[in-house]
Ligand binder design. Structure first.
Ligand SMILES: [Mg+2]
Length: 275
């Protein structure tokens, strides 16, 4: 996922930082994204990674690692309960004079990538991942199609905002909605904006950034937007066109930080972390 491309970049950045601190004791350089966490004092402070993988398979109701998650798994239950909470919130909002909107991330917010986690043994690779994205192989996150359909019925505009690259836009739209290729998750079509944008925001290459991204990300490394800047600047852009983003759904904290939403909803995803 473009988002995962950034994960890969982040991984490299983190490795560089680690190496730097071993060699020179240098602190994090400005703008370097890395996962900040604790350092275990003992192996007893962490879960063995093979045991952890088994716990994740159990959580997804897929103890043998077939790649198909269980409809009754704890994962599915947890995702459905977030979708329900979103539905209750959306139904209760009548205050805004702007056009009400909901905004959703794609990977592991709207579509479940569990089959790819299993196939890749949790090791993201852009080439093998593209096979799943372009083949439209991801099923819907439990509860989320109902939520989006309900929002649409209640007059909400529907926007998707993903770190997947612009080259994956058509396949992403096909997987989310219905185009007869691979899996059709059955989401309503995203809402077209008054300026002609199609309501599914994929991440452009820096050379193709619209003005609002160029401005928001000028100080980011190489002028390439961090996930938080890319997503929050896009939400700001959407709101500048007359929408109120009443609810923002994401599986990563970087989907949710940076404002421009009345409320945020975190979908479960213990498989990867994107700063
Ligand atoms: Mg995601």
């Amino acid at each position: 996922m473009g988002i995962r491309v950034s994960r890969r970049v982040v991984g490299i950045g983190a490795a560089v930082v680690a190496l730097t601190s071993v060699v020179g004791g240098v602190a994090y350089s400005a703008g370097t994204a890395a996962i900040r966490t604790s350092t275990p004092r003992s192996e007893r402070d962490v879960t063995n990674i093979d045991v952890l993988r088994q716990q994740l398979r159990n959580y997804y109701g897929d103890p043998l690692g077939s790649g198909t998650f269980g409809a009754d798994s704890n994962y599915a239950r947890e995702a459905r309960s977030v979708a329900k909470a979103g539905q209750r919130w959306i139904a209760a909002q009548h205050h805004t004079r702007k056009t009400k909107a909901i905004l959703l991330d794609v990977d592991d917010t709207s579509l479940v990538t569990w089959n790819y986690e299993i196939a890749s043994n949790w090791a993201f690779n852009p080439a093998t991942n593209a096979d799943y994205v372009l083949g439209q192989k991801f099923p819907a996150v439990p509860g989320m199609v109902d939520l989006v359909k309900t929002a649409e019925r209640e007059g909400y505009a529907v926007f998707f905002l993903t770190g997947r690259g612009a080259a994956q836009e058509q396949a992403t739209l096909g997987n989310l909605t219905a185009d007869g290729v691979g899996i059709d998750a059955g989401y309503p079509k995203p809402t077209s904006l008054p300026n002609g944008e199609d309501g599914l925001f994929t991440k452009p290459a820096p050379a193709d950034y619209p003005t609002y991204l160029k401005q928001a990300c000028a100080a980011d490394p190489n002028g390439a937007c961090t996930t938080i800047h890319y997503k929050s600047a896009t939400r700001a852009h959407i709101e500048s066109l007359g929408y109120d983003i009443v609810a923002n759904f994401g599986d990563q904290y970087s989907d949710l930080r940076g404002g421009y939403a009345d409320r945020t909803f975190k979908l479960p995803n213990p498989n990867y972390y994107l700063p």
